[in-house]
Ligand binder design. Structure first.
Ligand code: SER
Length: 324
């Protein structure tokens, strides 16, 4: 590892929790500074290494944290996701764009050396070829979140070309994890369904049964994130953002897989405003460029992911029921 340390912004979020824990295992607890405006629900994030309470919309505070800890790599994960952003367009635009500029400008000023910033399948829209969506294709997003991610990708590429900023990015599909819950996304149903299935044997989906979306198990997403950030610079020629594919399924498809483990499980469907968002996104993603350029390979398919989600959420529930 380089001389400086790593800063994770958004460490209390769905990706942040898993990323901090994995980075600390790989690079050492004291070398990974977790930061968030919220206190993380997982005590280990605060207790297991340095933690900073940071409002990413305060650039002076960001600079203070970077200088205090001698940071050279920033994983900037703080963002407002698709469903919440549709309800708060101004706030979403401000949070998603202003915070990105603060981090890009830190690198431009030579205060940090490297940035990871996530993009999303939300950069695509209804005019994008929806099956096996190519890396270079029509991107006409119809959500505030998608517009912010598409603009962000272009700014990353611009800062790279004009100012030599080393920024790397992935277009995450819907992410599925058990350690920390997602918040405000359209793909959140694919996490909620496990908790409801295990606790109540039933789930009401806010997406229609046949809505196929690209998804990925969190372990794959974290591995991809660390791999692209640490790949030699010449292995990362695309500085907008890379397509990344894990699996694709519908609510009916994941329900059938869960039923193999919980035979009495039932599902019904009550689509809400998130259906429109999902309908504008692709069903599956082509990630040939990520495979070719920096050696990406997914490990988890629907059945492997379902098995581990059910096992781990059952274990969490059992642990929380232990009384002293
Ligand atoms: N999971 C995100 C969302 O649903 C997509 O990047 O908003």
């Amino acid at each position: 590892m380089a001389s400086g340390k790593i800063l994770v912004i958004g460490a209390a979020g769905q990706i942040g929790v898993d990323l901090v824990l994995t980075l600390r295992k790989e690079f050492g607890d004291t070398n990974v500074v977790a930061s968030d405006i919220r206190v993380p629900a997982i005590p280990e994030i605060v207790d297991g290494g340095p933690f900073e309470n940071l409002n990413i919309l305060n650039d002076q505070d960001l600079l203070r944290v970077v200088e205090k800890h001698n940071i050279d790599t920033v994983y900037h994960l703080a963002a407002m996701l698709s469903a919440t952003a549709e309800k708060n367009p101004d706030k979403a635009w401000d949070l998603n764009m202003t915070s990105l500029f603060y981090v890009l400008d830190l690198a431009r000023a030579g205060k940090i050396k490297k940035i990871f910033w996530p993009s999303s399948i939300a950069v695509f829209g209804p005019t994008t070829p929806p099956i096996d969506t190519p890396q270079h294709t029509i991107c006409e997003p119809t959500t505030v979140y998608g517009i912010s991610k598409l603009a962000g990708e272009q700014w990353c590429s611009y800062y790279h070309q004009k100012f030599g900023v080393d920024v790397r990015s992935i277009r995450y599909p819907g992410l599925i994890s058990y350690k920390s819950a997602p918040g405000g996304g359209t793909t959140d149903y694919a996490v909620e369904i496990f908790h409801e299935a295990i606790r109540h044997g039933h789930y009401t989906s806010f997406l229609k049964e046949d809505t196929a979306l690209p998804m990925m198990y969190m372990d794959d997403a974290i591995r991809a994130t660390i791999e692209i950030t640490n790949a030699p610079a010449d292995r990362v020629p695309i500085r907008t953002s890379y397509n990344l594919s894990g699996m694709s399924f519908t609510p009916a498809g994941i329900a059938a897989e869960i039923k193999k483990h919980i035979p009495g499980f039932t599902i019904d469907y009550n689509p809400d405003f998130r259906q429109n968002i999902a309908d504008s996104w692709p069903s599956s993603i082509n990630d040939d460029y990520a495979r070719r350029d920096w050696g990406w390979q997914r490990q988890y398919d629907l059945s492997a992911m379902t098995e581990v989600m059910i096992r781990e959420i059952r274990a969490q529930i059992a642990a929380s029921e232990v009384t002293f």
